[in-house]
Ligand binder design. Structure first.
Ligand SMILES: [Zn+2]
Ligand SMILES: [Zn+2]
Length: 341
């Protein structure tokens, strides 16, 4: 059989698992293969195509499900966690997830009605009109339930080590993209498995929404400092391609967020707006389309991403907000208006 998966670092293979009907064509899982068993990082979207691709690609390097000792999920998003419920019963593996993300499994994937109600309220207080909310609801409902969920055997906090056949992966807690996001760091090989925390071209989505913990963008930027301070030669991300210059990429992402905040300040000018109104007029260049042409789930993401910036700007003192008639309105703090004009 011809082997299609790539050994990206000696002993570590990159698996490409398809994500049908997604803007991203695939998610990359990583397999550390040793004589003592294997570690799999991330599992893919919950669909037959991903499950079959996983089984096939493991088979290409002579690995069966029963060889998996650890399954580490970098975060709870469906393209990383979705398939675990189907995979885990076929293995004797220990499932590893950060304790904060573990605490949200039922909220996201099981308590569907409550989640939808809370989401509607959250959209309402951020200025989304009723008709738009109803459509966003329907679109989001399709993406938030799983037939089978799995609970971790080991909840981690960061600092733990997953050791296997000469590999020593340290768990690094990197909240931001998800509150319980983790990276795995192999110090002796100077390798970072970065999940969705740092990607080579796409700026990782950081959002403020109903289940957010803390200040997501502030946390994200702090997490970026944590990983870029590590001696790293190779970064293995969950999307796009392997890359090497982590500090340069971290700096690009930081600059993107500085630009984004100034764009929000310009949109606000001397006017009071809701997060929805701001998101509608911001450029969404990565998607290269106007607001009206964004798919509903992407409009929802755009609002929550705008809110993550606004939350940081509140802490930094550049914007302020006020609640009127159950809706949150944002405005620039007086001495920042001149620079935004
Ligand atoms: Zn993600
Ligand atoms: Zn992802």
């Amino acid at each position: 059989m011809e082997q299609t998966l790539v050994e990206v670092v000696t002993g570590i293979f990159q698996l490409q698992l398809p994500m049908p009907d997604s803007r991203l064509s695939s998610v990359s899982s990583y397999l550390a293969k040793t004589d003592e068993g294997c570690l799999l990082v991330d599992c893919g979207w919950d669909c037959d195509e991903a499950f079959d691709a996983l089984a096939l690609q493991l088979g290409e390097v002579g690995v069966s499900f029963s060889d998996l000792r650890y399954i580490a999920v970098t975060h709870l998003h469906r393209d990383h966690y979705g398939l675990v419920g189907r995979l885990l019963p076929r293995t004797q593996a220990e499932l590893v997830i950060h304790e904060v993300d573990r605490g949200q499994i039922e909220d996201i994937y099981v308590c569907r009605e409550t989640f939808v109600q809370e989401m509607d309220h959250w959209l309402q207080i951020n200025g989304v009109p009723e008709d738009d909310r109803r459509e966003m609801w329907k679109a989001n409902l399709q993406g938030i339930s799983l037939d089978t969920i799995a609970m971790p055997h080991r909840q981690v906090r960061g600092g733990e080590h997953l050791c296997l056949g000469g590999f020593d992966f340290e768990v690094i807690w990197t909240p931001g993209h998800s509150p319980g996001h983790i990276c795995l760091y192999e110090r002796s090989r100077r390798v970072l498995i970065s999940g969705d925390h740092v990607l080579p071209a796409i700026t990782p989505h950081v959002s403020m929404h109903i289940q957010s913990v803390g200040n997501p963008l502030l946390d994200y930027l702090a997490s970026l400092h944590v990983v870029e301070a590590l001696p790293v030669d190779v970064v293995l991300p969950a999307h796009e391609h392997v890359f090497y210059d982590l500090p340069r990429r971290a700096e690009e992402i930081r600059k993107h967020h500085v630009v984004r905040k100034s764009e929000i300040a310009s949109v606000l000018g001397g006017v009071e707006r809701t997060a929805f109104q701001i998101a509608m007029v911001l450029p969404w260049s990565t998607l290269s389309v106007a607001w009206a042409d964004l798919a509903l789930p992407h409009q929802h993401s755009a609002i929550s991403e705008t809110l993550a910036h606004l939350k940081l700007m509140l802490v930094e003192g550049t914007v302020t907000n006020a609640v009127r008639d159950g809706v949150v309105w944002y405005s620039l703090v007086k001495n920042h208006r001149a620079s935004a004009a």
